[in-house]
Design a protein around this ligand. Structure first.
Ligand SMILES: [Mn+2]
Length: 396
């Protein structure tokens, strides 16, 4: 297992590589070139500059999250072959610079969605929340406008203005698409790229759809054990694998995440893992909690135990975290009335940069705490078989 941290890249992330390196056990970052539109080949000089920058900070970069899939590929539209060619060129260039794993998703049009980006919790922290009824009452444009207002420092990947301009065309295109057509389009893509992934030894790791339920009438396919099985079976190469995201898959109530890790892990199809917790408020709504098991609805011990038992050697990262220790005060001060006076005086006191904005879900502190909690669970699982801990109950 290699512990990694998501970093959005130069000028795209207020968190520095230096800060990330100081988190105990951190081996590297997973990153991307956010400004390059889906469907275009990544310029090699941009890749080499990014890799050099990360390495000079004493960190590795072996995972890209993400190289996005153009809608033409998902829709099976004319022009997909050219975009697939560009994808393969990008893979080749990334392989030349030491990249070993590419995360991507097959979500139609939009990336992950939440109703609230800074939802207040009783302990004074805030977090992202998903309320199905709230989103049902908004149009995609209204939700995008909310995001733009709340995360004013950075564009939310998957909700860029360029994409929103075409949203109605895309919604119409997906409206009548049959599930089997979608799978056929995915297979067309996989059969084209996986031989190259094998040649370059790049592990492809599809990320599940988030949330695991349709929004705005868009189909969501990669949301369950059965659908993941079907996707992996489209091309049986071990290089056609999975990003196991506990928060995405776990947002469907009743999903047995440890069982999925054991099934796909034993087959060596999990290459990358996002591990975070969430707390259900009812059947569909949830907020993203601290990673620690009692804070949420997912059992992190059982999750890490399953990774450990299946001999997981891939990359793992903490996922979204809460905003704690006033980290989000700048992001919120523009539109929320109750950011306290004390926050501002604290800022003066600590010489905290006034322009330091955060990306929703991607602050430093809670993810660093989550990372070390995961590391602690891992160490306990690895060492746990002997001698047995006296306080351990009979369950294993
Ligand atoms: Mn994820």
């Amino acid at each position: 297992m290699k512990l990694t941290f998501r970093w959005f890249g130069e000028n795209q992330d207020p968190i520095s590589l230096r800060e990330i390196r100081q988190i105990p056990g951190m081996t590297g970052v997973v990153t991307s070139l956010l400004d390059i539109p889906a469907g275009e080949a990544w310029p090699e000089e941009r890749i080499s500059a990014m890799v050099a920058q990360v390495k000079s900070a004493g960190l590795e970069v072996e995972v890209i999250e993400s190289v996005n899939i153009h809608e033409d590929i998902k829709l099976g539209a004319a022009g997909r072959d050219e975009k697939i060619e560009n994808y393969i060129v990008t893979m080749e260039r990334l392989a030349r610079h030491g990249i070993k794993c590419i995360c991507y998703n097959m979500m139609p049009v939009l990336d992950w969605a939440r109703s609230h980006l800074y939802y207040d919790l009783p302990d004074g922290s805030n977090t992202m929340r998903y309320e199905a009824a709230f989103i049902a009452n908004l149009s995609p444009e209204e939700l995008a406008a909310r995001y733009a207002e709340e995360s004013d420092a950075y564009e939310m990947p998957g909700w860029e203005p360029e994409r929103m301009k075409k949203i109605n065309t895309y919604l119409a295109a997906y409206k009548d698409m049959r599930e089997e057509t979608f799978y056929a389009n995915m297979k067309y893509f996989l059969d084209a790229i996986i031989p190259h992934a094998e040649r370059l030894d790049i592990k492809m790791a599809v990320h599940p759809d988030d949330p695991p339920q349709p929004i705005f009438g868009l189909p969501k396919l990669i949301i369950s054990r059965d659908n993941i099985r079907k996707y992996l079976d489209l091309n049986p190469s071990p290089h056609n694998g999975l990003t196991l995201c506990t928060g995405s898959l776990g947002a469907k109530k009743g999903a047995d995440i440890p069982a999925m890790i054991r099934e796909f892990g034993n087959e060596k199809r999990i290459h990358f893992a996002h591990v975070r917790n969430l707390r259900f408020e009812n059947e569909t709504d949830f907020y993203e909690s601290a990673h620690y098991s009692p804070c949420g609805s997912l059992d992190m011990y059982e999750i890490i135990r399953a990774f450990c038992d299946t001999g997981f050697t891939g990359y793992i990262r903490p996922d979204h975290g809460r905003m704690i220790w006033d980290e989000a005060r700048q992001a919120r001060s523009g539109h929320r009335g109750h950011v306290s006076e004390s926050a501002h005086s604290l800022e003066a006191e600590n010489n905290f940069p006034a322009n330091k904005k955060v990306r929703p879900g991607y602050g430093l502190y809670d993810r660093a705490i989550g990372a070390n909690y995961l590391l602690g669970l891992w160490e306990a699982c690895v060492k746990g078989d002997s001698p047995p801990c006296p306080s351990r109950n009979s369950r294993r």
